[in-house]
Structure formats: C-alpha cells, structure tokens
Design a protein around this ligand. Structure first.
Ligand code: RM4
Ligand code: MN
Ligand code: MN
Length: 435
C-alpha cells in the first residue's frame, strides 16, 4: 500500500513566493485591460469568472514522452507507472488549477486496487474523467487478435472480446467516478476490397449497441472519429458524418468526440463543431494541434486562430443551450521533444486564451453584421476579440484560484524533474510507439 497518500509535489511556498513577486504587475495589467474592456461594454470580472470555472482533463498517456514509430527519447525523471504519471498530473493541476481530472486509458492504466488509486489521486487533488478503451493493440496473453479488427471483426468471438473490454472499462470507470467512455477504434482496411464498408459498419453498430446497453444511467459514450491510421485505406469511423449517424442510431447517451488532429488538412473543423452542437451530439473534445494529420502537437502551437474559431462555436453553442451543452474537454497530445508537464501547461494556457478571446466577441454586433451582409465588419468583430491580449485575465484567474501566475517559471525553478530523476528509473531509448 505504498501509494495510498501522496504528498504535494510542489510546495505551496514555492507558488506563493513567485506570485508575491509577480502580483502587483499582474494586478496593474488586469486593471488596465479591465478599463479597455469596459469601453467595449464588457465586464472583465464576468470573463474572469468563466475562465476560473473552465476545466480541461489531461491524458495519463500524455505524461510519458511519446515518440514516433521511428524512435523515442525518454527524459530523465519521466514517469514509469500510473502513480508516477498522477504525480506529474498533480503538478499541472497545482500550477494551473485548470486540470483537476485525468483521463485514463485501459489496459495501459490497469492497477490491482482501484480504491487505492482513487485515494492516491484524491490526495493529490485529482479525480478522473472519461475512460478510454483500447482495442487497437493486442495485449500480452490476449486470446484473439485485433489484427483484422475488433468491434467490427468478421468473427463474432473477437467482437465479443472487444465488447467485453469496453464493458470492463465502464466497470473500472464506475469505481473511479468517471461518467463517460471514449471509444476510438483503429478498425479499418489497408487494401481496396479488403473490407465491405457497409457490413463493417453494421457490425460496429451491433457491437456498440451492447456497449451502450452497459452504460449506467448517468453515463455517456463518446465515439471518436479519425480519418486514417493505423488503417490507411479505410477506417470504419472515419469522419463526423459516420460518427453522428451512429450516435443517432445508438441513442441519447451516444455522442461524438472531436479530436482536432483527426481530420484531413484544411477541413473546417469549427464548422463540424457547430453542426454536432446543433444536433446535440457534441460530447467531447481532444485538444491538440497539427499540420499534416494526427500529429498530436501541442494545442495552439501551430494554429491558434483555428482554436479560437473552435471556441467561438463552443461559446455560441453554450449561449443557445446553457443547460444541456456540456462537452467533456480533454487534451490528447504526444510530447516527443519536450517535458510533457511543460507542454501540457502551455497547452492549457493556449486553450484558455482561445476561450477568453471567444468570450470577448461582441455577439450582438456580429449577428448584426452577418444579417446585414457586411462580411468585412463581421470578420473585424472576430478579429477585435482575437487581437486582444488576454494574458492579464489568465494570470489573475490563476492567482485567485491559488495557482501560479507563472506556471512554467515556478516549475522550472522547482527542479521537479531533476528531483524525480534521482528517484525514478530512467527508461532506455529503444523502441518506438505511442506510449
Ligand atoms: C488515437 C486517438 C485516441 C487516443 C489514442 C492513443 O489517435 O487520438 O484518442 O486514445 O490515439
Ligand atoms: Mn484522441
Ligand atoms: Mn489521435
């Protein structure tokens, strides 16, 4: 039971000392921005309240250095097991106070005792978000292979094995107070003619109906589409169209999950977001950024404007349906050349910036310009919000929630990773892969 209670990873003193140095300047900048926004009819405190309330889950699998299929470069002091990953998640939560929940992936994150895991997480101020199933790899000792598919496999026993794995994820998730299962499926084909598109989707729906029936009343299942990889000719749940058709067929607890990297280059993702929200089927998000495909780069690092446009749709959807619109926000990134803690803290910041700017859009003016057929002013209304430097709001939000005004600065000064390097075993640099 060595894991039952964890001690805080960065001491509150370290955060307080840094905040004390930065507070006066942050407060002055915030007051100045407040004045500017007041001239635009915006109360900065309203925006701040929304920002302080916004939370995004972090992925357990994002805590290790990812790697590509060509290689992996582990960092000294990186986590070797789920408990160490949770310690790293706790650092992000301590310094940002925007990531109180962790999304787990099974069987990668299987442990013997889930009460112990829950207690350990709680002692670090962490809870759990959606659980993710994995039928895209064969595990040691697994009786039937997923080489030719899982939930859509031609053989019923293999489908059954994949169904049971998803049901087991729900069972584990219930022990951890999760409320959703995310199913991303690698099933697809590599050759034209290899798979019958229609029959494969029928099998998917049949399998998912069994998984759906196993959902507790207050649970949702998220279907995560992705256009290619690991299958390179066709993928069963390849886009939001297939995803929403299946969600509609399965029932109200089934919703679609948008991973920003799972679309062809140049696809208008913000429009997909609007469509899914309009029909009550936007269940969740995996934030990351990309240039070519499922690159899993840090959110907002390549295309922050797109992230802003996505948040514009999210704010718009929330405005239309404040009671029911409640997507689960998660990060899903692979950190190949940076310390994952640093990358994730930066990504949280980028997401919050995009959200803050989206909240600043003058929606009455925008609608007027849209209906008055004034494209230039409609666009200028978006740009007015996008061009605002909202960093003072984020700093004050962190100050007021007990986080660090400068998370990266405190993290670097703490020497956290070096301390862990002295305790944790550093893995060898061999092999590739996503975890
Ligand atoms: C997939 C997808 C899933 C994630 C796996 C590891 O591309 O994004 O969400 O669970 O990668
Ligand atoms: Mn994803
Ligand atoms: Mn992905």
């Amino acid at each position: 039971m060595r894991h039952v209670v964890a001690t805080p990873v960065i001491t509150p003193d370290q955060i307080d000392a840094s905040n004390a140095r930065l507070e006066a300047e942050a407060v002055r900048d915030y007051a100045h921005l407040g004045e500017q926004l007041a001239r635009r009819g915006v109360d900065i405190e309203d925006i701040l309240a929304d920002i302080m309330a916004f939370k995004v889950a972090v992925p357990s699998w994002g805590m290790g250095t990812g790697g590509t299929r060509f290689g992996r470069y582990p960092i000294a002091g990186g986590p070797n097991n789920l408990f160490e990953k949770l310690e790293d998640c706790a650092v992000i939560q301590q310094l940002t106070k925007a990531t109180p929940r962790v999304s787990l992936h099974f069987p990668w994150d299987k442990v013997k005792d889930y009460d112990e895991l829950k207690g350990f997480a709680a002692s670090l101020d962490l809870g759990f978000d959606a659980v993710n199933s994995n039928t895209f790899q064969d595990q040691a000792g697994q009786s039937l292979s997923y080489k030719f598919g899982s939930l859509t496999h031609a053989d019923a026993p293999t489908r059954q094995q994949a169904i049971e794995h998803n049901l087991e994820c729900i069972e584990i998730g219930q022990k951890l107070d999760a409320k959703a299962l995310t199913v991303w499926l690698g099933d697809g084909s590599n050759f034209a003619g290899q798979s019958d598109f229609t029959r494969a989707l029928e099998r998917y729906l049949d399998s998912m109906a069994v998984v759906y029936a196993g959902l507790p009343d207050d649970w949702r299942v998220f279907m995560e589409h992705k256009l290619y990889e690991p299958a390179f000719y066709s993928t069963v749940i390849q886009d939001w169209g297939t995803s929403i058709l299946c969600a509609q067929k399965l029932g109200p607890k089934a919703q679609c999950l948008v991973d920003l990297g799972h679309h062809a280059p140049n696809v208008n993702i913000e429009m997909i977001v609007a469509r899914l929200a309009q029909f009550g089927k936007l269940g969740g998000f995996h934030f990351n950024d990309s240039k070519y495909g499922d690159d899993d780069l840090d959110a907002g690092s390549v295309n922050p404007f797109q992230l802003f446009l996505v948040f514009n749709e999210l704010v718009e959807a929330k405005g239309r349906d404040p009671q029911c619109f409640d997507p689960a926000y998660m990060l899903d990134q692979s950190h190949n050349i940076t310390d994952p803690i640093e990358s994730l803290m930066m990504s949280v910041n980028s997401i919050l910036q995009a959200f803050t700017k989206a909240l600043l859009i003058d929606r009455v003016a925008l609608r007027g310009h849209q209906d008055g057929n004034d494209p230039l002013m409609a666009h200028a209304t978006l740009k007015e919000a996008y061009d605002t430097d909202v960093r003072p709001i984020l700093k004050i939000a962190r100050l007021r929630t007990g986080a660090a005004i400068d998370p990266l600065g405190v993290y670097r000064a703490s020497g956290y990773r070096a301390q862990k390097a002295a305790i944790r075993v550093t893995q060898g640099a061999t092999g590739g892969g996503i975890v």
